[in-house]
Design a protein around this ligand. Structure first.
Ligand SMILES: [Fe+2]
Length: 174
């Protein structure tokens, strides 16, 4: 996955992940660092494989093949929360802002315009489940929920995601 390796080395990508770490340095729970992004990328890919949906995604997304599909799923997972630091600083929605940041990074790491649309839409959509969500957006949303065992979190009573209703499922429901 050459393009995913390039994405992980992109200077702006590293900067945004570091910004998240900085903003969350005092948080004990629910960090949005590199590990969370890798978890979500892997789980989103597992969800697609478990349901035998990779060929469907290749076709539906107009992609060149399974490797391109895997690289798009990974990119969406790795980018989905890169705007989080800005939400802490300004209050602006991190999904919409993150999609804009992703749109700037992806051409540098050789994603084509069609792939960029799929990935940026998924980043934009990942926060809330909705009926007209894209295939990739829904997988990233589910993977995000599955990436944390919220039922075991000591701080769940204070979780902003619970009050925002960002969770559509509990972990292990799929
Ligand atoms: Fe998010």
């Amino acid at each position: 996955m050459k393009r995913v390796e390039l994405l992980l080395k992109d200077a702006h990508y590293i900067e945004y992940i570091n910004n998240n770490n900085e903003e969350e340095s005092a948080n004990k729970y629910c960090q949005h660092g590199l590990q969370h992004h890798i978890d979500v990328a892997r789980i989103a890919y597992i969800l697609v494989l478990e349901h035998n949906d990779l060929n469907y995604f290749v076709k539906e997304g107009g992609l060149s093949g399974k490797l391109a599909a895997k690289e798009c799923i990974y990119a969406a997972g790795l980018l989905h929360d890169i705007g989080k630091w800005n939400e802490y600083r300004t209050g602006a929605d991190h999904a919409a802002f993150g999609a804009r940041l992703a749109r700037d990074i992806l051409p540098r790491v050789f994603y084509n315009p069609n792939e960029i649309e799929l990935i940026c839409r998924a980043v934009y959509e990942h926060r809330n489940i909705s009926r007209d969500m894209s295939f990739l957006g829904e997988r990233v949303h589910r993977a995000d929920n599955l990436s944390r065992v919220c039922s075991q979190c000591e701080d769940r009573a204070n979780c902003p995601k619970r009050s925002n209703k960002e969770f559509s499922v509990t972990a292990f429901e799929y």
